[in-house]
Design a protein around this ligand. Structure first.
Ligand code: ZN
Length: 132
């Protein structure tokens, strides 16, 4: 069974903390020990795990990604959003997190972030919780 989260983004590039939503789906699954797989079915999005306390960390990640992969660089892709496709490939579209005693086994300062690279949009995140 694939569970889904909806994510509404508000900016062209943005990191959205989805940890609470993913944890809710883990809890609803009733699975106490296993693996949670988080995946975005989009070509201009990503999933990452990083610091949840200082919002500047997310801003710095986006700032540097935007610097390395400029929005305009004579790309060939006709849709005009090649930078977003490239960022999606670099960051990746999924993460796996262990589930222990019904909780995502994240570090104290870690959260799961949906990465928007071509917003604002309404997006979906697929979540699969697998038992040991
Ligand atoms: Zn495109």
């Amino acid at each position: 069974m694939i569970r889904q989260l909806r994510v509404k983004t508000n900016a062209k590039t943005e990191l959205v903390d989805i940890t609470q939503g993913v944890q809710r789906l883990v809890t609803e699954s009733g699975i106490r020990s296993g693996l949670c797989y988080v995946y975005v079915p989009h070509t201009t999005s990503g999933i990452t795990i990083n610091e949840n306390t200082d919002p500047n960390v997310g801003r710095d990640i986006l700032k540097e990604l935007n610097k390395v992969i400029p929005f305009d660089d004579n790309y060939g892709h006709h849709e005009g959003n090649s930078a977003a496709h490239i960022k999606s490939t670099i960051v990746g579209v999924s993460k796996a997190v262990m589930v222990d005693e019904g909780r995502l086994a994240l570090g104290t300062w870690q959260s799961i972030f949906y990465c928007e690279f071509d917003g604002p949009r309404d997006r979906r995140v697929y979540v699969k919780v697998m038992k040991d």
